[in-house]
Design a protein around this ligand. Structure first.
Ligand code: PRT
Ligand code: ZN
Length: 286
């Protein structure tokens, strides 16, 4: 039988859509499975397994799935044997300790002796130990944010993204203990064929990610300004310079990274660039 890469994806939840979108951008189609547990991917030797996110690390450890798309928070909490092979940039959140607004604390030492409700006992316990704190961990699986109000705990340790859940429960974020995002994990014992498929997928994921963080820029400028303009375009490759029909003018093409995007654009304008076009890049292949 032909070996396929078995890819675990969250069945339904915050990471499902972005994980399937990333696979699609990598040229891997996932047909609508009408609630199936397992489905063959299109255009790639892969099988998609739809699972609860909490189960993904264990399935990967046990070799039921070869790789999985899952939150780093879940990977660290489950503490299974799997490698994080790529950070994926979506599903960003933080695991934080939050306190009722009425309990103003100044240092983490103030957490000593408190009762903290969480669904992340492993990560919290590790953090408490590292900080030489003793707190009483109360494990609950959902709606952690209501624990202080019903008298179940003094504090909570839960995932936060916008902060609105904390706000509406009259809690404030006291200390972040982990920053998390979706990651790709892999089992330790992949067959050579499956490892090769993983490498192929990783190459595609990296090309997609790189394209997202970069933009193609095109601009026109008088030739006398080209030197200065090029100094603002470090880019990956040296810029392309094409003469324009307009005398003593050229068009400059390059790639700039999104992180310092606006600074670069402002510098280019100040240096005499005109008609600046910014174009999204679909894939970037090294
Ligand atoms: O059914 P299954 O077990 O598969 O899913 P689940 O309900 O356990 O997980 P799900 O779909 O809620 O989250 C999947 C993953 O998304 C998490 O493991 C994180 O890696 C990531 N993620 C990113 C988040 C959040 N942001 C997030 N905000 N997971 C949960 N939340 C919750 C948080 O627990 C809290 O209740 O959202 C609330 C806070 O959000 P804000 O925006 O109000 O701060
Ligand atoms: Zn879950």
């Amino acid at each position: 039988m032909q070996e396929k890469l078995r890819i675990a994806v969250q069945k339904s939840g915050r990471l499902s859509e972005d994980s399937l979108k990333l696979l699609k951008e990598c040229g891997i189609g996932v047909p609508n499975g009408n609630n199936q547990l397992k489905i063959n991917a299109e255009n790639f030797d892969a099988e998609i397994l739809f699972l609860r996110d909490d189960d993904i690390p264990e399935y990967v450890q046990d070799g039921v799935a070869d790789i999985g798309f899952v939150g780093e928070n879940v990977v660290l909490e489950k503490n299974k044997t799997a490698d994080i092979v790529e950070r994926l940039g979506y599903g960003k959140c933080r695991l934080s300790i939050a306190l009722p607004k009425t309990r103003k604390k100044r240092t983490v030492k103030d957490l000593d002796g408190m009762k903290i409700a969480t669904s992340y006992p492993f990560i919290l316990n590790k953090w408490l130990k590292q900080n030489r704190l003793k707190a009483d961990i109360h494990v609950i699986s959902g709606s952690v944010e209501i624990a202080p109000r019903i008298g179940l705990a003094d504090a909570i340790c839960d995932l936060v993204s916008s902060g609105s859940t904390l706000f509406s429960n009259e809690l404030y974020e006291f200390e972040t203990i982990l920053k998390s995002e979706a990651v790709l994990i892999s089992g330790k014992k992949l067959s050579p064929k499956r490892r090769a498929l993983l490498e192929k997928l990783l190459f595609r994921i990296r090309s997609v990610k790189k394209a997202k963080y970069n933009k193609y820029v095109m601009l026109n400028a008088p030739n006398k300004s080209i030197g200065k303009i090029c100094s603002y375009l470090p880019g990956i490759n040296s810029p392309t310079i094409v003469p324009l029909a307009k005398k003593d003018w050229s068009s400059v093409h390059s790639v700039i990274s999104e992180s310092d995007f606006w600074n670069v654009i402002e510098n280019l304008k100040a240096a005499g660039a005109e008609g600046i076009l910014i174009i999204p890049i679909e894939k970037m292949i090294d």
